[in-house]
Write a protein that binds this ligand. Structure first.
Ligand SMILES: Cc1ncc(COP(=O)(O)O)c(C=O)c1O
Length: 391
């Protein structure tokens, strides 16, 4: 369909194409120098003063699985995560044989993980907390860090949405890059994300021991890489852990480097579009805008623009009317506990999700991209106003 205003707008530049072409021409396609350069640049972008260890991988789902394995999560363990997330967040836990414990969102205007509910759902089997920085909005990391410390839990951040956004780490509001606050952070470079490599992801840690584990399990648990042997630095290898092949390739690393160079500017452009939305949506008080009155916690990286429709509105009618006006919308997310598979497996615990259940039928995501103009934002909000009449 030819949308007048698509949900997200992928604009590849000539530099992006040149970077991929150069990787192809280099005659080295698997994980190599471009991947290393991408990882180093990403680490510096996250934290120039103390760059974390970064490992580029095939996608964020793999990053999350690696994080769970590196954190030692396995059968019998429980990991607490929000139900309001993409299915991959829960699946990464299930791959290990561990149990997913779903927690509620904080409120109808803060759709991130509720720390009080996390605390209430801790048992002697709880091993990790997996907060999701939904829409690029930081979870309450100050409170989650306190809980993790008190109960000796690992925090793995799903930061698929917020690359180069900050969150506060303490009561003094010290900002730190999301994805570098917990023990391990996971990023997605899927096509609709703030920066993309097509499929791609990054797994990040500040802990040298976790870094060594992540390095090994990305590539079969092997002690040397094909690149090391090509360069004559090594002639054989041992396998010292049960690893996977979760590597990225040089074409995607090259695209990642090129995309990364525009991420700060694009995140700033997204922030401006969000402000235009807020101004336009203020004139539509029937629609609740989550995060509207939250202060920024440092750098921002808005990924999606979700709203809460009035109670009782038939959402699909609204979506159909917006489609007829040329506006693409989506739903982030249908919560995990409502899926057939996750609703039926005993490995997903789903009690006490009242706020998520209230939000679920009313969530709607409006288009957001760095190139959206103020007039286009006004057009979307006017189309939403019209679509709500009698819906
Ligand atoms: C919150 C969240 N977590 C994880 C993922 C998985 O990312 P990927 O598609 O890179 O595997 C996504 C992707 O859309 C996501 O939105």
């Amino acid at each position: 369909m030819n949308w007048r205003i698509p949900l997200s707008d992928l604009r590849l530049t000539q530099e992006d194409r040149d970077a991929v072409a150069a990787a192809l021409e280099s005659n080295w396609l698997t994980m190599g120098e471009r991947t290393q350069a991408f990882e180093q640049a990403f680490a510096r972008a996250l934290d120039p003063a103390e760059p974390p260890y970064c490992f580029a991988v095939g996608n964020c789902t793999l990053a999350l699985h690696m994080a769970m394995v590196a954190a030692g999560v396995g059968p019998g363990d429980e990991v607490i995560l929000p139900s309001l997330t993409f299915v991959a967040t829960a699946n990464a836990v299930l791959y290990t044989g561990a149990t997913v414990v779903l927690a509620d969102v904080a409120s109808d205007t803060d759709w991130t993980l509720c720390p009080q509910d996390v605390r209430a759902k801790i048992t002697p089997r709880t091993k990790a907390i997996l907060p999701v920085h939904y829409a690029g909005q930081p979870c309450d990391m100050v409170e989650l860090r306190k809980i993790a410390e008190e109960f000796k839990l690992v925090i793995v951040e799903d930061n698929a949405h917020g690359p180069l956004a900050d969150g506060w780490i303490d009561a003094a509001h010290t900002p730190r890059a999301l994805g570098t606050i917990g023990a391990i952070g996971c990023f997605s470079f899927f096509s609709n994300k703030n920066m993309t490599t097509g499929e791609g992801g990054m797994v990040v840690t500040r802990d040298p021991q976790l870094a060594e584990k992540l390095r090994l399990i990305r590539a079969h648990g092997m002690t040397t890489l094909t690149m090391d042997r090509h360069k004559g630095h090594a002639f054989s290898y041992d396998v010292v852990a049960l690893g996977f092949n979760y590597r990225i390739d040089e074409m995607r690393a090259a695209l990642g480097l090129s995309q990364l160079s525009r991420l700060v500017a694009n995140n700033a452009a997204r922030a401006a579009v969000v402000q235009h939305y807020y101004a336009a949506l203020d004139a539509l008080p029937a629609v609740t805008v989550p995060f509207r009155h939250r202060p920024a916690q440092g750098r921002t990286a808005a990924h999606i623009l979700p709203v809460l429709l009035p109670a009782g509105v038939h959402r699909q009618t609204v979506q159909e009317r917006l489609r007829d006006a040329g506006v693409q919308t989506s739903i982030h997310y249908r919560p995990i506990h409502t899926f057939t598979y996750h609703g039926n497996t005993p490995l997903v615990r789903k009690e006490g999700l009242e706020m998520t259940d209230i939000l679920t039928p009313r969530i709607l995501t409006l288009p957001l991209s760095p190139t959206l103009t103020p007039d286009e934002v006004v057009f979307v909000v006017q189309a939403l106003r019209n679509a709500l009449v009698g819906a």
